[in-house]
Design a protein around this ligand. Structure first.
Ligand code: XMP
Length: 325
């Protein structure tokens, strides 16, 4: 019979058999899949696992702390955090084009991750023992890519003393037979916090693709505040399960006139993009209660300096994508 505790037991045995006495690395993104995969592997092989979290400075409010504190507290995992905010912001300076932003963020991410990996290999006594890379691949991903286990061939651009040019890792993919809702159940069984297990989808490039215009630290901080308010109110209204996700977007290149306090303002609009969906391939805009929208709008314009207008995106997908970039 399929029960989460059976799945956990079975996967733990399989992971132990596969990894043996070698070591493994797992990249954490803040998302459900990598967190549950890491927690499973941690349960199976304990300190033979090292997790890597690249802080690109594009996460939402509190998310990095969630990984650094709550996830570590719940699992006892060894975590290497790389603070790469400055590096990402420098690379993104002056860039407004969405595809360009995505490429830069992806490229920097791989570089930083590979460097961290190389350091872990170098630090481990007998570096060749680090032989496995854990990935949170789900069943739908397996089907989409035509199945088959692979190996990840990682080229180390940043050579750390005496490492081989290419490090070949074997993949550990303990979620390969599971769907998203099953992964959440397994995460719960493993004692992960709700904020991680029930997290709605969030794009890898993070808030970098939710600022229409150039990405700067000031704009990110502003968007983080607005996003935190929207999430807080949606949760307070009990709507988290009704919506698929709700991107909050800053139109940094747009200004409009407003009147706030005693005077005229010339600030930026924030867009709310609540959607309902089954699989993100298509989506409909969520008919949120007016009271909730009103609360979010009032709070954002009162609490976030520079924002004097909140607008609602009422476009389905297609024609609009869920994200604005
Ligand atoms: P779109 O905007 O294409 O988004 O309708 C569909 C779903 O994918 C998420 N998304 C991403 N997820 N890396 C990710 O991991 C990305 O680069 C990325 N871009 C979009 C988006 O949040 C939505 O759930």
């Amino acid at each position: 019979v399929w029960t989460t505790s059976n799945v956990v037991e079975e996967q733990i045995a399989l992971i132990r058999e596969q990894v043996g006495t070698k070591r493994a690395i797992c990249g954490l993104s803040g998302g459900v899949d990598s967190a549950v995969a890491a927690a499973l592997v941690q349960k199976a092989i304990g300190s033979q696992l090292t997790c890597v979290y690249v802080d690109h400075g594009l996460m939402r409010k509190g998310e990095t702390e969630q990984v650094e504190k709550d996830f570590v507290a719940a699992t006892g995992v060894q975590l290497k955090v790389v603070d790469a905010e400055k590096r990402f912001l420098d690379a993104l300076a002056g860039v407004s084009d969405p595809e360009q932003k995505r490429k830069i963020i992806g490229r920097e991410f791989i570089r930083v991750f590979e460097q961290a990996q190389a350091e872990i290999v170098a630090e481990a006594a007998g570096g060749e023992d680090v032989a496995f890379l854990v990935q949170g691949t789900l069943y739908p991903d397996v089907v989409e890519s035509g199945g088959g286990t692979g190996t990840a061939n990682i080229k180390s651009h940043h050579n750390v003393g005496g490492l081989p040019e290419d490090i070949e890792f074997q993949l550990v993919e303990p979620l390969r037979q599971l769907f998203k809702d099953e992964v959440r159940m397994v995460g719960q069984e493993l004692g992960l916090p709700d904020e991680i297990v029930q997290r709605q989808p969030f794009p890898g490039p993070g808030l970098g693709i939710r600022i229409v215009g150039e990405v700067t630290k000031e704009r990110l901080d502003l968007l983080r505040e607005a996003d935190a308010i929207a999430r807080e109110e949606l949760t307070a209204a009990g709507l988290d399960r009704d919506i698929w996700q709700c991107p909050v977007v800053l139109l940094a290149d747009v200004r409009s006139v407003g009147v706030q306090g005693d005077g005229r303002t010339y600030g930026h609009p924030i867009v709310l993009r609540p959607v309902s969906s089954e699989d993100a391939m298509t989506a409909d805009w969520s008919r949120l209660p007016y009271e909730t929208l009103a609360k979010i709008s009032t709070r954002i314009t009162n609490e976030v300096a520079e924002v004097n207008r909140v607008v609602l995106d009422v476009t389905s997908k297609p024609p609009g994508t869920i994200e604005w970039e």
